[in-house]
Design a protein around this ligand. Structure first.
Ligand code: SAM
Length: 305
């Protein structure tokens, strides 16, 4: 299993050097010890270089779907993921127009955005927090309904440090840059001090760093910020598809969620989203392939930006 290989590997590289004198006595010479130590040091330096150059690759290995699914099954007994709420049980008269939508890589699905809009309508003067804004599609969709929006994304320098191409920074906020009700925080959510937003958020959307640890840290932080029992948290990419769970993200959600709140975690049918919401809901287990239980109608139009 990849996880345990990684653990063994890191145990090896942090091993403390042994005492040269005691080694000398044992071997009759310090040369063998010195040679061993130099090989070890080179190995450690190489390993550190590989780790720091390939944080994302390493993250992906550690977050391997099999290891993460095992973790979720062992700790939470959820081999098929969270219980699923039917979208029509959440929003019986579901009707939304999604605008803007880029039909490009890296965004949410139209239905995910429509769900965010529908949640925002539940609150009078909704205060919305979004971690991970990218082109600003989800942000702009909610900003036309919410009163106040807080958008958290990496600064230009952080984007460069994370190895993203320069075009990434140019894309940031594309659809949301002129919106008057948006406060922009350009700082990694993992290290940002959110204390000024404590108990002020009605609706939060977590769609930033999708690694296990990234989701876990964001989840822990966001629970602290929610206003009251009616507050709602939505996580994106809980699913790789609406019918298949992304177990690294689910593990981060479950481990980051306060224990007493875990029973209020669900998947929303037909979406890639998980949600924290209080209430009594009928639920089902989604196992691929499902038979459709509803039909959506979609109308599309486009104009140049
Ligand atoms: C999938 S995109 C967000 C898409 C957007 N929510 C939408 O649906 O239109 C993920 C974003 O998360 C940001 N991100 C990644 N790690 C982050 C971190 N540690 N803190 C804040 N933002 C982060 C990336 O810069 C990127 O813009």
């Amino acid at each position: 299993m990849i996880l345990s290989v990684t653990r063994e590997f890191s145990t090896a590289i942090v091993a403390e050097p042994r005492d040269p004198d005691s080694e000398k006595t044992k071997n009759g010479t310090g040369d063998v010890w010195a040679l061993n130590m130099s090989v070890l040091r080179n190995f450690r330096d190489l390993a550190n270089a590989i780790i720091s150059e390939n944080k994302h690759l390493l993250g992906r290995l550690i977050d391997s779907p099999v290891a993460m699914r095992n973790h979720v099954v062992k700790r939470y007994g959820l081999p098929n993921g969270l219980p699923t709420i039917d979208i029509l049980d959440l929003f019986p008269d579901f009707k939304e127009t999604v605008d803007p939508f880029a039909y490009m890589e890296g965004g949410s699905s139209t239905l995910d955005l429509a769900v965010l809009r529908a949640f925002a309508r539940r609150f009078k003067d909704c205060t919305y927090l979004e971690i991970g804004t990218w082109r600003g599609e989800s942000l702009a969709n909610v900003a036309s309904i919410a009163k106040r929006c807080i958008s958290v994304d990496l600064s230009e320098q952080e984007l460069r440090d994370f190895g993203y191409p320069d075009e990434m920074a140019k894309n940031c906020d594309f659809f949301s840059k002129d919106l008057a009700n948006v406060e922009r925080v350009r700082h990694s959510s993992h290290t940002y001090d959110f204390s000024r937003y404590r108990k002020s958020i009605d609706l939060a959307f977590i769609d930033g760093d999708h690694s296990y640890d990234g989701v876990r840290v964001d989840t822990q932080k966001v629970f602290d910020l929610m206003r009251d029992d009616s507050s709602v948290i939505v996580w994106h990419d809980y699913g790789d598809t609406p019918e298949r769970v992304r177990f690294g993200v689910l593990a981060g959600i479950l481990d980051g969620c306060p224990a007493e709140k875990r029973r209020n975690l669900y998947h929303i049918s037909n979406t890639l989203c998980a949600v924290y919401i209080k209430g009594d809901f009928k639920t089902s287990e989604v196992v691929y392939p499902q038979i459709p239980t509803k039909r959506f109608s979609v109308s599309i139009s486009s104009r140049r930006t």
